[in-house]
Design a protein around this ligand. Structure first.
Ligand code: ADP
Ligand code: G6P
Length: 362
């Protein structure tokens, strides 16, 4: 049991299979919050998976692996299986951080597959838990202020994995296929069910604008946002809340080459929840013209007109900058900043330190 007066961090969960774009997402998120990565932490702990900036600490939940690589192999257990992970320790340590106490967190060494000596982690303003299971254990789930599930469809996951594992890591097509297949049943059983609990789900699907597309370059991205039950969060919509809107903005104000861009927005049901879905299919030709789209969105949690576009331009070399993945990641980052500021305000630390340092993105 803890008793502590200083309010702890806002805690955000980011759940996805590996190779689904969590790293890029984290870069967009920390870029919105401001503050450069602190180099000295990684200097002292070269194999650390933790990303620390002035405002934010991103913990990789692989660090709570209970079984190392060799033990997983011997026991025939994948990293996706709950048995391979220490949820008791995860809960204990995230709860401690949430109450303002430092922790000694284990490090899973991705190079050796072994568990290294722990690293000291201090409570940040914003704590992000990224990994396979941030929403699996109900005790950990209850500590989260906001959560995201990245739902990459099998078609797209396969093409991303091929791109990375074949081009960058020298694997064969067959071995990529086999590794996806080997993980599939545990993925279905332990990872995917988490999406019902997420505040927002980002679905990445093949485009519907190109008939029988097999290239998987053009993407259809859906942002599924809970209507209620998420404190300090309201969904983004187009034009008129609750209406169903289909919008093809290409033409005079937005340059689109084949196959164009199509937006959709409207209420839907997702598991047991009422949600608002914002959808974008297609790609931007000129990123600076995104401001035209941004101007038609409501509830975007920007601090000035054009902030989404400015963020996108600032990070234009990141993966997915010309499509809905980058666009929606940026929208979510701004939502989390807004949520943080509301929590900080109600905790009475809304002046100076808390809000001020997040507000300045430079
Ligand atoms: P994770 O951190 O979840 O393991 P990464 O962020 O490293 O995943 O992404 C894995 C790979 O997926 C990248 O190397 C890239 O090839 C591809 N990828 C990720 N996000 C996108 C995106 N938005 N658009 C296209 N490809 C992407
Ligand atoms: C990490 C990743 C998993 C991946 C594992 C490799 O834990 O998060 O997605 O499967 O490393 O496991 P392996 O048993 O192949 O070393």
């Amino acid at each position: 049991e803890f008793s502590c007066s200083s309010p702890g961090p806002v805690v955000v969960g980011l759940a996805a299979d590996s190779g689904c774009g969590k790293t890029t997402f984290m870069k967009r998120l920390t870029s919105v919050f401001g503050g450069a990565p602190k180099a000295d932490h990684n200097h002292q702990n070269p194999d650390s998976n933790t990303l620390i900036t002035d405002t934010t600490t991103v913990i990789c939940l692989d660090d709570y692996h209970l079984l190392d690589r060799k033990e997983r192999k011997e026991k025939g257990v994948t990293a996706l299986h709950p048995r391979a992970n220490n949820f008791d320790l995860m809960f204990e340590q995230i709860e401690a951080l949430k109450h303002g106490f430092p922790i000694e967190k284990p490090i899973y060494n991705h190079a050796t597959g072994l568990l290294d000596p722990p690293e000291l982690i201090h409570p940040p303003k914003i704590l992000v838990l990224e990994g396979l299971h941030p929403l699996y254990d109900s005790r950990v789930r209850d500590l989260l202020d906001f959560s995201i599930y990245l739902d990459i469809s099998n078609e797209v996951k396969f093409s991303w994995k091929i791109q990375r594992d074949m081009a960058e890591r020298g694997h064969s097509l067959e071995s990529v296929r086999a590794s996806i297949k080997a993980r599939k049943s545990d993925f279905d059983a332990y990872i995917e069910p988490q999406k019902q609990y997420a505040s927002v789900v980002m679905e990445v699907l093949p485009t519907q604008l190109i008939p029988d597309d097999t290239e998987r370059k053009v993407l259809r991205v859906r942002l599924i946002m809970k209507e209620s039950g998420v404190k300090n969060f309201q969904p983004i919509y187009i034009f008129d809340e609750g209406s169903t809107i289909s919008w093809v903005p290409c033409g005079r104000k937005l340059t689109c080459s084949y196959p164009g861009i199509k937006f959709f927005c409207g209420p839907e049901a997702y598991f047991e929840n009422e949600v608002t879905v914002l959808e974008m299919d297609g790609e931007f030709d000129k990123l600076e013209e995104l401001v035209y789209v941004e101007g038609h969105l409501c509830n975007v949690s920007t601090k000035f007109y054009g902030e989404v576009t400015q963020q996108m331009l600032k990070n234009c070399d990141f993966e997915g900058s010309n499509n809905g993945t980058g666009f929606f990641q940026t929208l979510i980052a701004l939502k989390i900043r807004d949520l943080y500021e509301q929590v900080a305000m109600s905790n009475g630390v809304g002046d100076g330190v808390g809000v001020g340092s997040l507000a300045s993105t430079k």
